[in-house]
Design a protein around this ligand. Structure first.
Ligand SMILES: C[C@H](O)[C@H](O)[C@H]1CNC2=NC(N)=NC(=O)C2=N1
Length: 117
């Protein structure tokens, strides 16, 4: 199984396939801190990251935003004092695509720079 952090997102299009249950299980093993949750009939990946203050939370948010722009795939983000909630799903297919697991893994990589601060 290739590492999600080394993959690039595919261009999103409405005909793109959602991940199968088997793929979901395989990919989820690399992003175990994320939950797969269905909201308004759309499956998504969600994780809440903790920070020492708002400035750190905002800095992390900006880095995730830059990653999203670089990959052309964007999250829902809730930035608060001390925490940032991130959700990944693919709007075009109203569900989970491999892109979302790639982005969750890359979001975890960004957090490594903050985890011990
Ligand atoms: C035109 C643009 O690339 C597309 O609309 C992209 C933008 N970012 C996206 N992000 C997410 N999460 N899902 C999408 O379907 C999506 N589509």
């Amino acid at each position: 199984m290739d590492k999600l952090t080394q993959m690039k997102c595919d261009a999103c299009h409405s005909g793109a396939p959602k991940v199968t249950i088997d793929e979901m299980e395989i990919y989820h093993k690399q992003v175990l801190n994320w939950v797969i949750i269905e909201r308004e009939s759309v499956q998504r990946l969600e994780r809440v990251y903790k920070f020492k203050d708002f400035v750190s939370a905002l800095s992390f948010t900006q880095k995730v935003g830059r990653l999203a722009e670089d990959e052309g795939h964007h999250p829902a983000i809730l930035t608060e004092w001390g925490s940032v909630g991130v959700a990944w799903w693919t709007h075009k297919i109203q569900g989970l695509h491999r892109n979302d697991f790639i982005m969750a893994a890359k979001t975890d990589e960004i957090y490594k720079d903050f985890a011990n601060s």
